[in-house]
Structures are given as structure tokens and as C-alpha cells.
Design a protein around this ligand. Structure first.
Ligand code: RB5
Length: 156
């Protein structure tokens, strides 16, 4: 049985479809149990249709983390970051992905598929997978994300 830490969901729109296939193979090669939420072809789609199910799963704790891809990464990040306890980080270098884990405990990685080459995307993915959350002062800051008086307090 796959441990929870090795479970991951992935989803993309048409702009991210090809890179999703590549990253899914990388994840499987690393021993991850990958839940592919589509899209399943390069035909034109709407990113929100794929981003919502993934973010809802992470938000509910059904899957511990996820990877989203669209052309810029922006549309997917807007969708995912509407969900309580989802911290979706658009990352275009391995360093940003590493900091998104270390400082922000990002549980969703968002890749701008039209702006990163395949090898860079793999390096970004690995940096995000392998970097732990630093905690400490960053824990306090992450907790405050859910406490915005404008966004509503989602703390249990
Ligand atoms: C699709 O053309 C594109 O708009 C989408 O992939 C994404 O970049 C939106 O934010």
C-alpha cells in the first residue's frame, strides 16, 4: 500500500497536457501513487474544470498534495487558492519551488507549462517534492493565511 506521503494528484488544461504526461511518468518512476484528474488530450478545455476537483481534494485532505499545469500557471493558481488550506505556488525555477515549500508549506505546485522547458519542469517538481517545510516563524505566517478577516476564518 502506498503511504499518504507518496500520494499525489495531477491535473492540467490543454496547455499543460503534454507536460502533465511527462511529469506523471516522473512521479510514477519515483514511486508516487498518482491520481490523474485530466485533461486527457490536447483539445481545448477550461482550466477551472480541472483545477477545482484537485484543489477540493487537497482542501478536504483526501489527497495530501497536487500538481496543476496551465499555460501561465495563473488561472490554475487563482482556482486552487480559493480553497481553504490550499497553498498553490506558481513556480518557474527550482529555487522558487524550494522556497514555496521551505517558507510557505505549499501543498500544490503550479507550473506555467508554456514558460518552462521539460527538464526545468522536472527539476522544479523534484525541488518541491524533496524540500521540507521549515516551520518556526514561517508556521506562524502560514497559519495567518487562513485568518484573513476578508477571506473568512477557516481555522477549525
Ligand atoms: C489557455 O490558452 C490559457 O489561457 C491557460 O492555459 C492559462 O494560461 C490560464 O491562466
Amino acid at each position: 500500500m502506498t503511504t499518504d506521503a507518496k500520494r499525489i494528484a495531477i491535473a492540467a488544461d490543454h496547455a499543460g497536457f503534454a507536460l502533465k504526461q511527462r511529469l506523471e511518468a516522473v512521479l510514477a518512476g519515483l514511486g508516487y501513487d498518482v491520481e490523474d484528474l485530466g485533461t486527457n488530450s490536447p483539445a481545448s478545455t477550461d482550466y477551472a474544470d480541472y483545477g477545482h476537483p484537485l484543489a477540493a481534494g487537497v482542501s478536504a485532505g483526501r489527497v495530501p498534495r497536487g500538481v496543476l499545469l496551465c499555460g501561465t500557471g495563473l488561472g490554475m493558481s487563482y482556482v486552487a487558492n480559493r480553497y481553504p488550506n490550499v497553498r498553490a505556488a506558481v513556480s518557474w525555477t527550482p529555487e522558487i519551488a524550494e522556497l514555496a515549500r521551505r517558507h510557505n508549506d505549499a501543498n500544490v505546485l503550479v507550473l506555467p507549462a508554456r514558460f518552462v522547458d521539460d527538464d526545468t519542469a522536472v527539476a522544479i517538481l523534484k525541488a518541491w517534492l524533496d524540500t521540507p517545510f521549515e516551520g518556526g516563524r514561517h508556521e506562524r505566517r502560514v497559519v495567518k493565511i487562513e485568518r484573513s478577516p476578508l477571506a473568512g476564518d477557516h481555522t477549525p
